[in-house]
Ligand binder design. Structure first.
Ligand SMILES: [Zn+2]
Ligand SMILES: [Zn+2]
Length: 500
């Protein structure tokens, strides 16, 4: 890099004297042999009121930049060089990440990692950024928003939010000009300086702004490299995730759900069902005081008119029972953290929760399409016989009861079934019919053809074509449902965590 004084702070490796102003000032222990202690020391430094107040400009000056007498042309030379270097790195990281996130499903992999793995990658990213960026370790003092805690916040969403901010800022930036990630703290950094800024101070501030943004770039790059390294080398921690990602459709659906995790439940009016977003931010929600007082239960209304309108329904339970509509996204919705969960899954999970997690109560939501007579018959038979998972019919119209005993298989089947029976797309019809055929095609009076015809009649789709699609992208022998079930069983706790 152009400035000799700043480059000298780089590469804080073993045996090399560090030129980090902050490492000295805050007695920060060296990266090796204990990077965790090193990080703790840095976090202490970052959270110190000293850093909050001390202007970075002063620090940089203390670093020994001998600016007096440096000709204006030399300063401009340093800046020109630094600007083009930062533009190049920002462009590189942006290109890399855009394709990595789109093709490699980085976000899903990231969110499904175990917490200690994410911490490891963040720490690697910080260390590498310190070694490779031109501010060296002092880059950390310029980027207090990059900590292990903040980046792993919300099960890894902290880092994904940084990526989003980076991408959005890049998009709105001019081509060929370095962009700065917005930071109030950074804007304030010049406030302690005498105004107007001396030309030296202005020079240092711009150089440090470039250094700060280069550091963020390096950090993003090395966190992703660290993660990618595990993926490429088949590390144990990513193995179950990669198995899960092999099922493209499933992985995409999962990615969508895990990427839009909500941090806190939203509030909706129990009557008109609208949220603050839909009503406008000035809305002040009221809670039913009787329910709040007697049950410590919050039922929200956007207005007195809505509260009055809902009274006919609410009065039966008011102050007696915690009954709400479990509106999507509210605290009473057990899936509030995952706004992009499809409606059928939300309905089923809420129902499942309310019924004390009894699998046989996992049914099928309201259907979004007119049911055929054949499907109506299926529905009424299933409703009358909760433990049964499906009814198949022989050509002589004798009903054969299909019941799955294994709880995790039963649960998985019922999720597929709920999608097929409630959503118009019947996306899971291939996997469902494949599983039915595997279990039942050999039973007396049934066959592959008979089962396919029944399903085609019930849903008005070509079940055979759907089955072929399912079989097409999978090894023979094991059904799609069994494979998903196996991945989910291995990934279960992690999946649940990533969606909570
Ligand atoms: Zn309302
Ligand atoms: Zn009430």
């Amino acid at each position: 890099m152009a400035s000799p004084d700043l480059t000298s702070t780089a590469t804080p490796s073993e045996g090399v004297q560090r030129y980090s102003t902050y490492a000295k000032k805050f007695s920060i222990s060296p990266i090796t042999p204990d990077p965790v202690q090193w990080d703790k020391d840095w976090e202490r430094c970052i959270n110190s009121p000293d850093l909050e107040k001390s202007s970075v400009l002063l620090v940089a000056k203390k670093q020994g930049m001998r600016l007096e007498g440096l000709p204006a042309a030399a300063k401009e030379g340093h800046l020109t060089y630094a600007r083009s270097a930062v533009v190049e790195r920002q462009g590189h990281v942006h290109t890399f990440f855009t394709s990595f996130r789109a093709k490699g499903g980085f976000d899903t992999i990231w969110l499904l990692l175990e917490e200690p793995d994410r911490q490891k990658h963040i720490l690697n990213g910080l260390q590498e950024a310190c070694s490779h960026s031109f501010l060296g370790e002092d880059g950390r003092a310029c980027c207090p928003e990059l900590t292990v805690a903040s980046m792993t916040k919300g099960r890894g969403n902290g880092f994904l939010r940084l990526l989003e901010l980076f991408g959005a800022t890049k998009k709105s930036a001019k081509e060929g000009v370095p962009f700065g990630l917005p930071s109030e703290w950074w804007e304030r950094a010049v406030d302690d300086e005498a105004k107007p800024l001396s030309s030296d101070a202005e020079f240092v501030y711009e150089l440090l702004t470039l250094g700060r943004n280069e550091f963020i770039c390096m950090f993003i790059l090395y966190v992703s490299r660290s993660t990618n390294h595990d993926v490429v080398n088949g590390a144990k921690s990513v193995d179950p995730i990669m198995k899960l990602m092999e099922d493209k459709g499933f992985a995409n659906a999962l990615a969508e759900v895990t990427q839009s995790v909500r941090e806190t439940p939203i509030i909706r009016c129990e009557n008109c069902e609208k949220s603050a977003d839909e009503l406008g931010s000035e809305t002040r929600f009221m809670v039913c005081s009787a329910c709040k007082k007697k049950l410590d239960f919050s039922l929200h209304y956007c207005s007195q008119a809505c509260q009055r309108a809902d009274w006919g329904r609410h009065k039966r339970n008011c102050g007696k029972q915690k009954v709400s509509k479990r509106l999507p996204g509210t605290a009473e919705d057990s899936t509030w953290a995952t706004p992009s969960l499809p409606d059928f899954a939300r309905d089923e999970l809420n129902h499942f929760d309310a019924q004390g997690k009894d699998i046989t109560t996992l049914g099928f939501g309201k259907s979004q399409f007119p049911r055929s007579a054949a499907l109506q018959l299926q529905v009424s038979m299933l409703e009358a016989d909760k433990p049964a998972d499906y009814f198949l019919f022989t050509p002589a119209r004798a009903a054969v009861r299909f019941v799955i005993d294994d709880p995790s298989a039963k649960m998985m089947f019922r999720f597929f079934r709920a999608e097929v029976m409630s959503s118009q797309e019947h996306m899971a019809i291939g996997p469902m019919v494949q599983y039915l055929i595997k279990g039942m095609a050999g039973s007396p009076g049934l066959s592959r053809e008979i089962i396919l015809k029944q399903i085609s009649d019930e849903y008005g789709v070509d079940a055979e074509e759907r089955l072929k699609r399912t079989e097409g992208n999978a090894p023979p022998g094991v059904t799609f449902m069994e494979r998903i079930q196996k991945s989910v069983a291995t990934m279960g706790p992690r999946l649940m965590n990533s969606m909570k």
